[in-house]
Design a protein around this ligand. Sequence first.
Ligand code: NAG
Ligand code: NAG
Ligand code: NAG
Ligand code: NAG
Length: 486
Amino acid sequence: MSLISALYLLLGVSTAKYIVPGGRWHDTDGNLVNAHAGCVTVDQDTGKFWLFGEYKVEGQIEGGGVSVYSSDDLATWKSHGLALEPIADHPYISPSNIIQRPKVVYSESTKEYHLWWHADNSTYGLLLQGLARSPNISGPYTFDSATAPLGNWSQDFGLFTDYKDGRSYALYSNGDSRDGRDVYISAYNEDTTALEKVVHRFDKFDLEAPSIVQTDKSYYALMSHKTGYRPNNVVAFRADSLAGPWSQPFTVAPLNTRTFNSQSGFTLTIKGTKKKTYLYLGDQWDSNSLWESRYIWLPMEIDDKKKTLELEWHDVYDLDVKTGEWAPVKGTTYLAADAKTAGNAFKQEANFASKGVIATGIYGNDSTVTFEDIKGTGKPQWVSFYYQNTDDMGFGDQPGGSPDRIGGAWQLRRVASVIVNGGTEKVETLFQRDTNKGVIISTPLLLTLKEGKGNTITVGGLWNGFDYKGADLDKIVVYPPEGSGP
Ligand SMILES: *[C@@H]1O[C@H](CO)[C@@H](O)[C@H](O)[C@H]1NC(C)=O
Ligand SMILES: *[C@@H]1O[C@H](CO)[C@@H](O)[C@H](O)[C@H]1NC(C)=O
Ligand SMILES: *[C@@H]1O[C@H](CO)[C@@H](O)[C@H](O)[C@H]1NC(C)=O
Ligand SMILES: *[C@@H]1O[C@H](CO)[C@@H](O)[C@H](O)[C@H]1NC(C)=O
């Protein structure tokens, strides 16, 4: 611990970094955190968090291997390289194989960490579960096998360990074929080296990306619909026992936000000294540049009496992993209704927007909206941009589902330029993923404003692959620098 953080601790000020869903997260070396669709495994001895995920680089589609990071606060991540490295010409872990949704669990009986994943060839023709092992949580993991679970198919893979008896379960959708379209919960043997029996089958819902969160009374199974890398409405089922009976599925986030533009994949329970906090660890895929995909980590509000589970959106929050407590960070709001427009940008009546006004027409980088007289600190600060994107990519939640527009080519996002205090030397790129008409959500950028009042933030339209189009703006919220507490 540094002298400064020790001092802050004495003063009762949090030094922890914030969790910022959808932001560009950098590791301690300054690289993007590159661990997609993975899991966080807690080292039982040290309490350290280990993040595993699919490693993706620009231009590469599959087979990047499994990366691993460690953290003490779930916000500061140190890279430990690849836990599972692809091997040329290997039948299951070559660079052309699919190595997806890795999950790591400790096996008491083998005294090893077991890494399981969806193992496949590039055309999803194998549908297997891979196993690799290591005596060390950080790896390197050695390939063991790739098998068909209980003789069946396995696509999107999840793993859940029941805290009551320590038993682990594999969760997997069994593919998109006519005979598939189910999600299985199957129990591992004591060693977590093979599956023993099917515990439950979610029949023909055609869901994927399964994960289970356990409270004292309930199990909640979260899954997404099948829309590729496009986000959709994640649903949950509830049960008293893993074998069921399971409830009807219900959505976990406001409709038309597409689960705040994320897909389910993992959940993490923080058993703090004061509070148990349940975190949703979702993926915000970017099919235009997969390697740039982001993470949507949010607290889940679970009420076992009402049998409900909801994701709680916060732009920025401060989580204390020791106590389990978290609090949203308060920011300062600047409305588009009070901003200056230029070019084709203009303010338009919108009864769902702040003060009934939204800034629209931000088409081309000479059409801009400028927020004025913003107070800054001279340090990097998260700024959330609240926007509406009316391109209507549709839901596609049902098989054959498609964008809402006739002949409309589906686009994941609009893109805007963001400039602090004028000039052109430093232009930030803001991705504004699809929402729906009347649905405003936010996406953040880390910006440095000068200390004091009088800063401006100017937003213009950038090329999104089809048009120079930024999304409509409702407001921005400027957050205090990290380490200054909620
Ligand atoms: C993947 O495996 C399936 C089943 O063996 C096979 O039909 C398909 O050709 C394989 N794809 C590739 C790219 O090897
Ligand atoms: C386990 O991994 C850690 C972190 O990468 C490393 O410092 C340590 O030497 C490793 N231990 C063994 C036995 O490989
Ligand atoms: C494989 O999955 C199909 C579809 O869910 C199911 O009908 C069949 O019983 C399963 N077979 C085994 C061996 O589990
Ligand atoms: C601004 O938009 C024009 C097209 O409208 C484009 O040619 C130019 O490269 C853009 N400039 C920047 C800085 O993006």
